[in-house]
Design a protein around this ligand. Sequence first.
Ligand SMILES: Cc1cc2nc3c(=O)[nH]c(=O)nc-3n(C[C@H](O)[C@H](O)[C@H](O)COP(=O)(O)OP(=O)(O)OC[C@H]3O[C@@H](n4cnc5c(N)ncnc54)[C@H](O)[C@@H]3O)c2cc1C
Length: 403
Amino acid sequence: MQSFDVVVVGAGPAGGQCARLLAKSDYKVLLVEQHEDFYKNDFSSAATPLETLERFDLPQDVVGSFWQNLVIVTTTISKTWESSKTLGAVLNFAKFREFLAKEVQSYGSDVWMGCRYIRHESDNGNTRVELKKRGGDAIAVRTKVLVDATGPARAVMYAKESDKPAFLKPAGIEYLIEVPEETYNKYAKALIFFLGHKWMPKGYSWIFPMEKNRLKVGAASYRLEHEIITYTKPIKYYIDLLIKEYIQPENYKIIDIHGSTLQYSSGLKDVYYQDNIIAIGDAVSTVNFLGGEGIRHAMDGAEIANKQIQLYLKNKSSSFKAYQREMQRKFANQWNLSEKIGMKRYLVDSDEKIDWGVAYLSPLKIQDMMDILFYYKFEKLSKGLGGYLLRKLRYWWSAIAET
Ligand SMILES: Cc1cc2nc3c(=O)[nH]c(=O)nc-3n(C[C@H](O)[C@H](O)[C@H](O)COP(=O)(O)OP(=O)(O)OC[C@H]3O[C@@H](n4cnc5c(N)ncnc54)[C@H](O)[C@@H]3O)c2cc1C
């Protein structure tokens, strides 16, 4: 039976980055992914701030496009925040994960694609992991540490679906479409978010530039009861609506339809570790509930896990308790607040309230919007108050002047 220092199950952003860091530090790693290639589950919109490329040392060729403007569209209004500088990228999610897996191999470790995790059992202080290659027999390997990076499946931590606690389960679907160059150029440099009930009740939708002449058009629904909305159409209806009524391309071709369901633990009550098993990425809800950004955070969590796994392998630590502490210190406050704001925006607010919210944000600078949307500095929201009061004063003043 082959033995490894670490077996990482799931080659998403969390598993790929964790395996990459451990392999780079000369540990013997096995990265296992159930799909045969990364184009089979190319589900993420993969928009991320520029910081992600530098911080995690990602090459330009995993980038589909760069963006510098943010747009929010509601049922009745639209507001654009422009920047003269590049602010972020839309990754090619397949190429990005492929890059991480190749890095693992380049440091001398193993990647087994088309190989599914089945079960594990403890084995004299180590763990015996049973895997199954597509169309092949079961294979067993031995490992000192086992990493659950299976995203929402949490396949290692929970043996059966019925063992899992309740999660919030927003679902997203996205079309990758090819459009004429003229149409693409209109959307090439911006992330556009749609918040009004017309565009995606109980959620939000988006248009992101993927790469030349290709757009990602998607919608996410939070799938819980709304205080006002009683009926919504299927998610695909709202994607068609964006294409036909907002983009209005002369012609377009659907290249791919993909999607996935997040499974988010309200209040971050996930199981982070159990003996020599540690869970990372979406398997411990590192995705932000408000906007669904998870790639940067999954990689961040993988770095924290990598540090603790190395201490464990060097016998300098006997549990992953410190990992859970650091993760919760880093994410819990921001995530709990994001959840509250998200719940209100997507499941309580009327269209008028959403319009009011965007009008309130309109005097903010692009950097403030980046800080709110990507760095969760919600205290910046109070900056909108100055502009809002000023507009109200101007309105009253002109009303008085007219009488
Ligand atoms: C529609 C949609 C749009 C999104 N858009 C963005 C965005 O614009 N920006 C952003 O930052 N985030 C976005 N996210 C979130 C982001 O994609 C996730 O947070 C991120 O992919 C989580 O990484 P992960 O490695 O934890 O899990 P995953 O990416 O889910 O990877 C888990 C891997 O484990 C594999 N696996 C599962 N079970 C097994 C098994 N039994 N054996 C072997 N392998 C297994 C899966 O095949 C998968 O490859 C989006 C999510 C969705 C659903």
